[in-house]
Design a protein around this ligand. Structure first.
Ligand code: HEC
Length: 105
């Protein structure tokens, strides 16, 4: 793919998943974007890391599921599912250019 088609493709994916982030996933009527507009404060570049709230060394997918279960009070999704990969892709894409500062988050 040329750079142009690649970025168009990335934009299409991002807007689709942006929709997913804004979709209300659970009965608490909360969408990820209510707390993380444009995937803010998700710090994907910091994973895997020790996550105090889970008391374990966690991956980004673990953290996404934690947020689905706890603040969203929903049911975990399969960590290998297309929806999980889409959420992960959107979070990485939205954080393009973020700098890794070990131990900061
Ligand atoms: C009610 C608010 C709320 C909602 C809704 C929410 N989150 Fe979170 N999210 C948080 C809080 C608070 C933290 C910090 C938790 C911690 O560090 O222990 C967090 C942390 C995260 C992190 C890790 C950030 C880091 O630096 O450790 C990710 C990734 C994340 N959320 C993704 C999501 C996704 C995806 C959804 C939707 C399924 C979602 N969140 C919905 C409040 C929310």
């Amino acid at each position: 793919m040329t750079t142009r088609t690649t970025s168009l493709f990335a934009l299409c994916i991002a807007s689709l998943v942006g929709l997913l982030m804004n979709v209300v996933l659970t009965t608490t009527a909360m969408a990820c974007a209510m707390c993380h507009p444009f995937a803010s404060d998700t710090h994907p570049q910091a994973f895997p890391k020790y996550q105090v709230s889970m008391n374990k060394f966690a991956t980004l997918r673990d953290m996404i599921n934690w947020c689905i279960e706890k603040p969203n009070q929903g049911e975990k999704i399969d960590s290998d599912s297309d929806a999980m990969k889409a959420l992960e892709a959107y979070i990485y894409w939205s954080n393009t250019g973020s700098v890794l500062v070990p131990g900061k988050y």
